[in-house]
Design a protein around this ligand. Structure first.
Ligand code: COA
Length: 268
């Protein structure tokens, strides 16, 4: 797909690895283009995405050599912003395994994920003001949602970088695991998601992404569609039939006795 974005097909997900380790996976135009191509595919195929970085870094930011050359029109075009918004809006969940440096645009790419898993070497934050620019690719609106306004303001206004423990305490990552275990955890989550109803998962993601004033009307409409779905009927019937079978001969004697006694207690 691209020399700097390795994309692997897996049974329950697509694994995409930023692979420019000699530049700490700094996000240049080629990577942005490759991420757009990946999004175009995942918008159609609707698969879970696991995003990670090679060589002990997630991404040390947008490519500063390219950033230095950009002008006002480039800023307005939102080169990274549009790309990360597209990743955020992917129909199925995005899980980021965030190892080592996740700085500037690299941090914003991680903020665009639905779930983040860190590693002990994590260093995450936004040093943009030190380079004479703002974090315009998501940090100013997404980071406050993730860690709350006070810490987000401190991070963005001072450029303070969080280590793994602090990121975990702030809820910026949901776990801190050694790199191989972090990837394994992400795969376990993708496997879990694959066992759920994809339509319900996508509706949940749309509800999570919706603006505050869209609730609860949006949820009710999503639910209205799902209440009519064959998959809901099938899944709920399977649940009720499993319980029905549990009540018959297959049930362990002590469980049956326990149920009989609770049913007696429940009786009017
Ligand atoms: N853009 C472009 N190149 C970058 C980069 C970035 N954001 N981050 C790292 N690189 C490059 C370095 O220029 C260097 O390239 P070179 O070997 O051709 O000189 C290479 O990656 C390795 O970086 P180096 O600084 O030698 O590695 P390190 O392990 O000592 O330090 C960092 C790693 C991440 C602390 C340091 O590279 C850094 O501060 N990067 C910039 C972070 C930043 O400000 N990001 C926000 C951008 S919006």
């Amino acid at each position: 797909m691209s020399a700097t974005l390795r994309v692997e097909e897996r049974e329950t997900h697509v694994l995409a690895t930023l692979d420019r380790p000699e530049k700490r996976n700094a996000i240049d135009q080629e990577l942005v283009d490759a991420l757009h191509r990946l999004c175009a595919r995942l918008e159609v195929e609707r698969r879970t995405l696991i995003l990670t970085g090679a060589g002990g870094s997630f991404a040390a930011g947008a490519d500063i050599a390219q950033l230095r050359e950009r002008r006002a029109d480039d800023a307005r075009a939102g080169i990274n912003t549009r790309c990360f918004q597209r990743i955020r809006a992917l129909p199925m969940p995005v899980i980021a395994v965030v190892d080592g440096y996740a700085l500037g645009g690299g941090a914003e790419l991680a903020y665009a994920a639905d779930i983040r898993i860190g590693t002990p070497s994590l260093k995450i934050g936004n040093p943009e003001t030190g380079l004479g620019i703002i974090a315009a690719a998501g940090a100013t609106w997404r980071l406050p949602q993730l860690v709350g306004e006070p810490l987000a303001a401190e991070m963005l206004l001072t450029g303070r970088i969080l280590g793994a423990e602090e990121a975990l305490a702030a809820g910026l990552v949901s776990a801190v695991l050694e790199p191989a275990a972090a990837l394994e955890r992400a795969v376990e989550l993708a496997d879990r998601i694959a066992a759920l109803d994809p339509a319900a998962t996508q509706a949940t993601k749309r509800a999570l992404l919706a603006p505050a004033d869209a609730h609860p009307a949006l949820e009710l409409e999503e639910q209205a569609v799902l209440f009519e779905s064959e998959e809901k009927e099938r899944r709920m019937t399977a649940f009720l039939e499993r319980r029905g079978q549990g009540r018959s001969s297959a049930e362990a004697p002590d469980r049956a006795a326990e149920r009989a006694s609770s049913e007696r207690t429940d009786a009017p």
